[in-house]
Design a protein around this ligand. Structure first.
Ligand code: CA
Length: 227
């Protein structure tokens, strides 16, 4: 099924060329020039991604983006557009929760590449079965296998592995891992270490090739092509 995009941009020339181009690329595209009207469309329809200008009539892009971030567990991916190349705009955009950022004027193929990259990242995040190398985790049944063999994990081990797989190939910082296990009040750092140790025994113990990799001083990451 084609991905459905919403383009929110009050410059009609830019809007028209973006819409034409993305339709040619096979997306289903809706277009709107007003921030408040965009919000109404988003409430009424399912979109896979929004391309959002910052300066808009009705409601500005920062405010709309921040609002989208709060609305549910599966936030709508946003690529922000702006004419201004100011660093503070970029920071504000990421603080508002934008997934990526493009400064005008931009080339249409560049926008297309960014859209594809964000969709790929986000859709992997929401697939029921996460796969990294020969390791597989089903977020619906909570079954974990490596090379087809079932791996038994306790609740915390499962939570750690799920986060590492969702964020793969990124390094997941200690604080994010701690937050997943204990929320805002993590115990001392030895606690995380001991859960990682047990997770390693379960995931790597019986197999050749350690997948759970310690990045000193930072966090942990999964390696897909473990030898
Ligand atoms: Ca504008």
């Amino acid at each position: 099924m084609a991905d459905r995009l919403l383009i929110v941009e009050d410059n009609r020339d830019i809007l028209a060329s973006v819409v034409d181009y993305l339709e040619l690329k096979g997306f289903v595209v809706d277009a709107i020039e007003n921030g408040q009207a965009a919000r109404a469309l988003i409430q009424a329809n399912h979109y896979d991604l929004v391309v959002l200008d910052i300066g808009l009539p009705g409601m500005d892009g920062f405010t709309l983006c921040a609002e989208l971030r709060q609305r549910d567990r599966n936030p709508l991916p946003v690529i922000m557009l702006t004419a201004r190349d100011a660093v503070e705009d970029r920071v504000l955009g990421f603080e508002a929760g934008a997934d990526d950022y493009l400064v005008k004027p931009f080339a249409l193929p560049e926008l297309y590449q960014r859209i594809k990259a964000v969709l790929k990242r986000v859709q992997r995040r929401y697939e029921p079965v996460l796969q990294v190398g020969d390791l597989s985790l089903n977020t619906e049944t909570r079954q974990v296998t490596r090379q087809g063999q079932a791996i038994k994990l306790d609740r915390k081990g499962y939570a750690l592995l799920e986060l590492l797989m969702k964020r793969w190939p990124e390094v997941v910082p200690h604080e994010d891992l701690n937050h997943t296990l204990w929320g805002d009040e993590p115990p001392d750092s030895a606690a995380l270490k001991s859960h990682i140790y047990r997770l390693r025994q379960a995931v790597d113990g019986a197999f050749t090739g350690a997948m759970i990799c310690n990045v000193a001083g930072t966090g942990y990451a999964l390696v897909a092509d473990a030898q």
